[in-house]
Write a protein that binds this ligand. Structure first.
Ligand SMILES: Cc1ncc(COP(=O)(O)O)c(C=O)c1O
Length: 459
């Protein structure tokens, strides 16, 4: 007998709600102009549905809020640090923990400790803050993700995979001694939230072990990656998400974590390591940049919320509802004929701005213009992931990424299916009127991570 489809639903109900503000088109026009056509510079009060990022925007559970009340705000040896340390050891399998205020602080520490001037750092697609810290430490990032990741229409089930031939070529060219580690991200953000397969991780471990090269894991969205492994990779359908997460981490030597994503908190992060000597150096360095090693950049209450959030992040019903909500929006847009990155990823739907606005050159910032237009239409805030985010190379020239995308990022446990419907209808409206969208020119460019603060004007 054919099995009937059973729907997913959110494994929680609402107890407190936050009222949101709706604006008129005139108000949005003024707000956008004032923000220099950069959605990062909009005031949140002027936003209706906020899909700028899934970072720090999750709704915490009542258990997490209750945990906040048990914050031990001692300068040294806070009880909450030990809870967090135990959660990292139990759920991720890493031995040693250095807490930080968020992910980029952990990236800073590991980059400064491991990268020497002239080193190369291969990785499965760049991430903005990660690559910047590698460069500031004197390294050069080399992309070794599979080619399919750069093709928005490829339906490869594991577009986050490392291309081991590309990695081998980097090792042959520079020598293992110039490669401090491979930067391995799970649920690769810039590729559209695309997962890495367990098979690929195993092979990566084998190759790097042969050459004595470390693997440092950007585990910001590891549970979302695990969900895709469970859904798509042979042998994992009946494995608990927690076990899959542990297996992923077991193929790596350490990790940087932005707890603001998977771990369902508004602030927090850490560096996790297995090597004691390296940990001792990191623990010493955190004192310089963040705070004592038993709080890093976090209050005790924040560490408690992260510890509880980690346990919630690997619950089957949670991760299923989280990723399936993203897929719900993606499939709706696909049915409307809107070009998006395939397959739909774990944390957001990525609109293919290059295909939607073929009349604009990449220098006219198509994704930035599309994000601005979507905001004008409905107050939905998204973000650019294209030439602006890609920044400049060491010679000061613009990088031209193959992907020119607008990211509709879904915060965890925040919006309903009706919100997703409203977003899809607005994207459809903008898509149908796409020929009228004009390009932008950049009128202010900051030195670092320009996408956050750059300002634009209409051409
Ligand atoms: C994949 C990835 N790595 C690292 C970071 C940096 O983390 P944070 O924003 O907490 O500094 C982020 C989020 O911005 C991310 O998405």
């Amino acid at each position: 007998m054919e099995q009937r489809k059973r729907s997913w639903a959110e494994p929680y109900k609402m107890k407190v709600v936050e009222l949101i503000h709706m604006t008129t088109r005139e108000e949005r026009e003024a707000a956008l102009k004032e923000a220099g056509y950069n959605t990062f510079l909009l005031k949140s009060k002027d936003v209706y549905i906020d899909l700028l990022t899934d970072s720090g925007t999750s709704a915490m559970s009542d258990r997490q809020w209750a945990g906040m009340m048990t914050g031990d705000e001692a300068y040294a040896g806070s009880e909450n640090f030990y809870h967090l340390e135990a959660a990292v050891q139990k759920y991720y399998g890493y031995k040693y923990l250095v807490p930080t205020h968020q992910g980029r602080a952990a990236e800073h520490i590991i980059s400064q400790l491991l990268i020497k001037q002239g080193d190369v750092v291969p990785g499965n697609m760049y991430f903005t803050t990660t690559r910047l810290h590698q460069e500031l430490a004197g390294g050069t990032f080399v992309d070794v993700i599979i080619d399919e990741a750069h093709d928005p229409d490829s339906t490869h089930p594991f577009k986050g995979n490392v291309d081991l031939n590309k990695l081998q070529a980097v090792i042959d060219k520079y020598g293992a001694s110039k490669i401090p580690y491979v930067a391995l991200a799970t649920a690769v953000n810039m590729a559209g939230g695309q997962p890495v397969s367990m098979q690929n991780l195993r092979e990566l471990r084998e190759l790097t072990a042969k050459h004595g090269i470390k693997v440092i894991h950007d585990m910001t969205r590891v549970a979302e990656n695990a969900y895709f492994i469970k859904k798509r990779e042979a042998g994992y359908a009946d494995k608990p998400i927690g076990e899959i997460v542990l297996e992923i981490c077991s193929y790596t030597d350490g990790a940087t974590m932005s707890a603001k994503k998977d771990a369902l908190v508004n602030i927090g992060g850490f560096l996790a390591l297995n090597d004691w000597a390296l940990f001792e150096k990191a623990r010493n360095m955190v004192v310089v940049y963040e705070g004592l090693h038993t709080y890093g950049g976090m209050a005790g209450r924040d560490m408690e919320a992260v510890a509880i959030g980690i346990t919630e992040s690997v619950e089957e019903n949670h991760i299923r509802a989280r990723v399936e909500q993203v897929i719900y929006l993606g499939e709706k847009l696909i049915a409307m004929g809107v070009p998006v990155v395939h397959p739909i990823g774990g944390h957001g739907v990525f609109l293919n701005a290059k295909q939607i606005l073929p009349h604009l050159t990449q220098d006219q910032f198509p994704a930035q213009a599309l994000a601005a237009e979507l905001y004008l239409d409905s107050g939905v805030r998204s973000m650019e992931r294209g030439i602006v985010s890609a920044g400049r190379n060491k010679e000061g020239k613009n990088n031209y990424p193959k992907l020119e995308l607008v990211r509709l990022t879904i915060p965890r446990r925040v919006y309903t299916q009706a919100h997703m419907d409203v977003v899809a209808e607005s994207v459809q409206e903008v898509y149908e009127n796409r020929s009228k969208i004009t390009g932008l020119k950049m009128v202010y460019e900051p030195e670092y991570l320009r996408f956050f603060q750059a300002r634009f004007d209409v051409l």
